[in-house]
Unconditional design. Sequence first.
Length: 339
Amino acid sequence: MGGGTRTPESSRPISETGGAAGRDKTTEMVEPVTSFNSPGQANTNARMYPTLEKLGLLKRDHIRIKDLGHVEQVLTSIVTEGYSKLQLVVDFDFTLTKVHVDGQRCHCSWGIMDNSPMMPDFYREEANQLLARYYPIELDPHMTEAEKIPHMMEWYRNIHALILKCHVNKSSFKGMVSDSNIRLRDGTEELFGSLHRAGVPVLVLSAGIGDVLVEVLQHFNVYTDNVKVVANFFKYNKEGVIEGFQGDAIHMFNKNENAIHSSDYFQRLEGRANVILMGDSLGDVKMAVGVPNPVNVLKIGFLNDKIEERLESFMNNFDLVLIDDQTMDVAKTVLDQLK
Ligand SMILES: Nc1nc2c(ncn2[C@@H]2O[C@H](COP(=O)(O)O)[C@@H](O)[C@H]2O)c(=O)[nH]1
Ligand SMILES: [Mg+2]
């Protein structure tokens, strides 16, 4: 986003926002990858999975579904039982936000600070060195979560110490966000508007910077009263200068524990047993672990990086895998069916 007063994305001509980038294309019927896949099964799938067929999810070539029968059952229940039984648990960075626009990689909440001209040169240099060292570990398809966690904790300790050296004032986040290239996925504003009107609770659970994340949600007018954010929030001194993080670090592989221990959020939503979970990392899969007695959980995974190496693990952990999709079209398609 350029500096100065910013025209809200939604009112900008589509060419300016790159909103067309990453839109999924509807092409001829493509055999979805299933465990029962065989040539010419497309028509049979359409008959066997009417909800998936009605939603057009069988013919989009960037969607992968491992277990059609399970997804059909969960989707049908969520659509039938409607908004009053539903809650959303969503990741923020590279789930609500785009990964790239017009070939340029977008910032995540951390990346906004890592690249902000309002931060000292030494911070930007060292923060990007840390990113280069630890992000590949986070994505590494050959390491277990247990092997990754010590590295994630080290990353957060290092970036925490680095931020403290910069004496950042909370008043600078608004300018950092408006000067960044962070974007919500196309359709997120409409999706969140529908969820707000329907009174559907949305938990945004992030290992990102909560103070920046909230600024982004406010910037795009989607921080409505049904949205709760659990993330890494800063502590400030009386002048508003960062003096540390509140509570324990939330990293990519402990998000579920923090959601459960840090509040009675899920207990207060007892009865909303249908959950739509959205994430872009295998660490996001367990974000809804705290939901008491869930009945239908639809897990939508945005596969953005290391696509070939991680496709199988994503299909084993997410119900719907969206390959390089920079939109919220699938979530909107599902929610548009609810009453
Ligand atoms: N650019 C940086 N990215 C970082 C840093 N620490 C973590 N991360 C990334 O943020 C997201 C976590 O947010 P979530 O909303 O997706 O949970 C994750 O992709 C991390 O890799 C950092 O210091 N700099
Ligand atoms: Mg993410």
